[in-house]
Design a protein around this ligand. Sequence first.
Ligand code: ZN
Length: 84
Amino acid sequence: MSDEPMLPPIPAIGDVLDRKKNLVEKKHSVIKCGDCKADFSREFKPGDFVFKKLTDEECEKCQQTNSLTIIEIYSEWVDPKKKS
Ligand SMILES: [Zn+2]
């Protein structure tokens, strides 16, 4: 019998962090122009939702400002350290 206190095992946190990839979620909104029928994507902005009408942005193709609707929102995981 020994009087030594039992120490909890120390987890190897550094090892786990080193291996885990630091990915960042990047959201995009796909916008369709009702005027020229073009669709394009841009970075997601707070307040965006599918079927939202954008009245304060202009179409990349025809510069209309009253025909844009968000048709899709998607996200991808990117490595911020990697230059794309
Ligand atoms: Zn357009």
